[in-house]
Design a protein. Structure first.
Length: 167
């Protein structure tokens, strides 16, 4: 009963930023070379995930699949996480191909999901889900912010509160 809700975490646009503009000294993260590609890992995102991990069971929901555990835990200061896989359906810039795997993984449990590519299909799915479901849309040039963390902590807190009695 006191089981933590699941938090599904996207990588591109949530942890690894893109699409930002402006001078180099204002880049919103730090570049790390991962498998030969420079990724801008958002400032403070490791600490934010650590905070969330105390209240949620984190799972990677990213086209990176298993690769997410290769470098990110060390960079972010978090343990390796369970990984959703998508059978080759991953498409950059969209997210609806994650729904089947999310559904299978979460089953009847409460689920929050942060992603920069949520679309109408995702919101419609969340609305249909019988279990509590919270979608948080990130901006790909900002990633996971303090505001998102607050929203997610408030939601987890709300789930812990006993439901009001009928009558
Ligand atoms: Mg993304």
């Amino acid at each position: 009963m006191s089981e933590r809700p699941i938090l599904a975490v996207d990588v591109d646009g949530v942890i690894s930023l893109f699409g930002f503009e402006g001078p180099l000294e204002q880049v919103p993260g730090r570049f790390h070379l991962i498998d030969g590609i420079a990724h801008c890992i958002a400032h403070g995102v490791g600490e934010r995930l650590q905070t969330l991990a105390a209240h949620y069971e984190l799972v990677w929901a990213t086209g990176w699949e298993e690769r997410a555990n290769d470098h990110l835990p060390a960079l972010l200061g978090i343990p390796e996480l369970p990984v959703l896989t998508f059978g080759g359906r991953a498409r950059f810039g969209t997210a609806h191909w994650k729904l089947d795997a999310l559904e299978r993984y979460a089953g009847p449990r409460p689920l929050a999901w942060i992603d920069d590519s949520l679309d109408d299909t995702c919101y419609a799915w969340a609305k249909r889900r019988p279990a509590p479901t919270m979608l948080v849309k990130a901006r790909s040039d900002e990633g996971l912010t303090d505001e998102h963390v607050k929203t997610l902590l408030d939601w987890a807190e709300m789930l812990r509160e006993p439901a009001p009695e009928d009558g």
